[in-house]
Design a protein around this ligand. Structure first.
Ligand SMILES: CC(C)(COP(=O)(O)OP(=O)(O)OC[C@H]1O[C@@H](n2cnc3c(N)ncnc32)[C@H](O)[C@@H]1OP(=O)(O)O)[C@@H](O)C(=O)NCCC(=O)NCCS
Length: 182
């Protein structure tokens, strides 16, 4: 099912960041607006998930599902007539998961002014097999100094995500053990 060849030892060859880096571009129209007349945050989040999903699929060589999206930041409002560019790359890989970093840029569709950053997000995707079970992904090889910084920062976020999940699980188990029913 996956396009990624296995080595004789069963290890999947690593892939450089640039092999799956992708940009998705879209012009915002009247159907993308919220009640204030600017672009709905959910429209941007869908583009972010689409771009990140394409990157995760390309890197892992098969299907990948969104496990989490965090630190979605909206820096500036996006307007009708903005050409939005959603740039995504694999920042970090685990055994079956990948952190994808996304940067959202916007420029007027008919002007030659430089694009401005309007948002960013980090998503974790899990590569899955036909049965939806997590499958191993190729390790990502950061190429530039910026890729290396993003890899290191992604490791920090991974550590914090795991610690937060563990702490909340322990708290809930403790409350249940104490007979607290909420
Ligand atoms: C994501 C999913 C495959 C994880 O399955 P699971 O049985 O919990 O498997 P695991 O615990 O082995 O997790 C697989 C990997 O995902 C990571 N992961 C799972 N949940 C995560 C979360 N909430 N945040 C970050 N990473 C997560 C794990 O750390 C693990 O990474 P690793 O293999 O690199 O160490 C499963 O929860 C799922 O299918 N979720 C629905 C996904 C979906 O439909 N998304 C679209 C939403 S509409």
């Amino acid at each position: 099912m996956t396009e990624q060849a296995q080595t004789p030892e069963g290890e999947i060859p690593a892939k450089p960041t640039s092999a799956s880096r992708t940009t998705l571009s879209h012009i915002m129209t009247g159907s993308d607006t919220n009640l204030l007349g600017t672009v709905h945050g959910g429209v941007i989040m869908k583009l972010v998930d689409d771009a990140a999903g394409a990157v995760a699929g390309r890197h892992s060589g098969g299907p990948a599902v969104t496990a989490s999206m965090d630190e979605m930041v909206f820096l500036e409002p996006v307007r009708v007539g903005d050409l939005v560019h959603v740039r995504a790359q694999v920042n970090w890989t685990g055994r079956s998961s990948m952190e994808v970093g996304v940067r959202v840029m916007a420029e007027r569709w008919n002007e030659s002014t430089p694009a401005q950053q309007v948002g960013s997000a980090y998503l974790v995707f899990a590569a899955v097999d036909e049965a939806g079970r997590p499958r191993q992904v190729p390790q990502v090889v950061p190429e530039t100094e910026r890729d290396k910084r993003r890899y290191q920062e992604a490791q920090i976020r991974r550590t914090h995500r795991l610690a937060r999940r563990r702490a909340i699980k322990e708290l809930r188990e403790q409350r249940a053990a104490d007979g607290i029913d909420d």
